[in-house]
Design a protein around this ligand. Sequence first.
Ligand SMILES: [Fe+2]
Length: 393
Amino acid sequence: MIPDYYEFCNSTKIVSGTRALEHIGYELAALGASRPLVLTNTQLLELKVATLVLDALADTEAEVVGVYEEVPVDSSASVVDDVARAYRERGADAIVAVGGGSVLDTAKGATIVLSHGGTLMEHRGAESLLGRRAVAFIAIPTTAGTGSEVTSAAVIKDTERHVKMGFTSLSLLPDVAILDPRLTVGLPPRLTASTAMDALTHAVEAVSCVQANPLSDCYAKAAIGLIRDHLPAVLDDPRSPAGRLALANAALMAGAAFSNAMVGIVHAMGHAAGGVAGIPHGDAMAVLLPHGMAYNIDAVGDRYGELLLDLAGADVYASTPADERAAASIATVRAMLDMLHTAAGLSVTLGQLGVLPEQIPDIARAALDDGAMSMNPKQPSLEELVEILKGAL
Ligand SMILES: [Fe+2]
């Protein structure tokens, strides 16, 4: 069904392939840029992942004016301002961000400062009104999970107030996203599994949230099918370029879906578990996804029923009565988590992740206040949230 009204935007050019990195010179030139600042972190340089991008850049007409490698795991507003300073001092004309969500979000923050002046904090709350970006921006993800390379959002820490700030603006969408499996073939199994479950959660929540629309559904369902088909195979054969490229595409598609349709209760609880108990995002998503779906089932059971086709394939879908498909979708997600527990060591409960029973009320309160909750198809009470979280403990 087509909603009465919807919006969808994915303006980022996608460059995907087993030798996609070699296209970076052409993409920079097409953007009118020749002096990129490369943004990454020390670990990616040591693992020779970021060096793949530097090697590709060395074969182009572009001159790398600097490599900013001090982006921490949890980036902050002061790091963003420092990146902007380095960009100006070195006379750069493009940012090439190579990393996971933290590096890509730091780059997004830096483009705000570079385009509109001041410090990042000065733009907080007004970012949706920002005009066009004045910086060429290429995003190269080194995990297959956040989808940040095609989302209009950035999450950056305010170190003074110890809160994570969300920035959302279409001007944050990168000009180009490059997906190359050479960047992800070395990811360990546990990280491969947890980032894939983050991507799966983006897709499932995009389908069930109040801003879901026909285009976000297409991206989300395609992402789910790719994860179903390729995640087990990649865990068996981690260096498979085809499998890694499929998972990178899945994460990107899920990112484009939720950038437009938003995420809901699973992300609200996951953000809260991260803030209160320090639980890594992907690990929280893997545990909480089936519990969030079970809570939502009476509001969006028909949508979950449709997803059985993507989660389990045509044979299972066809042999499952229509009124049992939603529950079967949740059972399929639970079975996937069990498989990932065995194959990659993912935790299946919050308790295994280190959450204590006495932390549940605080997590529930924080989840209730999280922005993602307002996009969920159903609004829980504090008591309901406590029960859901206890069920996941
Ligand atoms: Fe996520």
